[in-house]
Design a protein around this ligand. Structure first.
Ligand code: PEP
Length: 248
């Protein structure tokens, strides 16, 4: 089963619209690779200028969040239709920063996944364990619970549209990467869980990324693992390293 690799940058709350355009100019020449789906997930205010800047390239654009309703009195939120109309096609859902700082739980994230799919956005669904959970030996149980809850009620056909990002919380922004064996173990467990929920064919079609301090020096090793189909990159997506990761 061949799965197209997907390397996505998560810019987080970095880059003003003019800085975003400048970053696109730096990165565009570095990420041209037709074998890889390249995505820039950017702050809502940067979506329009980034879509404009990457026109005619192989780069897709994503949002970092969406709300579960279509429109209305939800001050500060953005809808799937707004994201799509701005020209983005992907959306990050369930990043650990949103789970922690904005108290987003799996029931809410499940609604976001369903909304994204209903509207035709590709959800990049994040899951991951804390250091405490890893040390207690409950990583796989925890990840299985997250996956089962976040995909609850999602059909096999729709699940194939989802990209899952395994991001151990202790590795995000810390410079501490999971070893390729640790990352592969969890990504393989995620695939086994998907096969249980759906079937092997569906599980084999779903792309699973690793995220957590991935950079130009460790990307090739992580991406060489059979169940790691790409990366979700934070810090290193804001510099030339991102090009090296795409081509790793
Ligand atoms: C992330 O925030 O999704 C991430 C993986 O960050 P970093 O690469 O900086 O660890």
């Amino acid at each position: 089963m061949s799965r197209k690799r997907i390397i996505a940058g998560n810019w987080k709350m970095n880059k003003t619209p003019s800085e975003a355009k400048a970053l696109c100019e730096t990165l565009i020449p570095l990420v041209g690779n037709d074998d890889v789906e390249v995505v820039f997930c950017v702050p809502a205010i940067d979506i329009v200028p980034v879509v404009e800047a990457v026109k005619g390239t192989n780069i897709g654009v994503g949002a970092e969040n969406l709300y579960i309703e279509d429109s209305g009195a939800y001050t500060g939120e953005i809808s799937a239709d707004m994201i799509l109309d701005a020209g983005a096609k992907y959306v990050i859902i369930g990043h650990s920063e949103r789970r922690e700082y904005f108290k987003e739980d799996d029931e809410f994230l499940n609604k976001k996944v369903k909304k994204a799919i209903e509207k035709g956005l590709v959800p990049i669904l994040c899951c991951g364990e804390s250091l405490e959970q890893r040390e207690k030996g409950v990583t796989i149980d925890w990840i299985r619970l997250q996956i089962k809850s976040d995909l609850d009620g999602v059909s096999a056909a729709d699940a194939k549209k989802v990209v899952i990002a395994y991001e151990p919380i202790w590795a995000i922004g810390t410079g501490k990467t999971a070893t390729s064996d640790q990352a592969e173990e969890v990504c393989a467990a995620i695939r086994a869980c998907l096969a249980e929920i759906y079937d092997q064919e569906t599980a084999d079609a779903i792309r699973i990324q690793y995220g957590g301090s991935m950079n130009a020096s460790n990307a090739a090793e992580l991406l060489s693992k059979p169940n790691i189909d790409g990366g979700l990159i934070g810090g290193a997506s804001l510099k030339a390293d991102f090009g090296q990761i795409v081509n790793a």
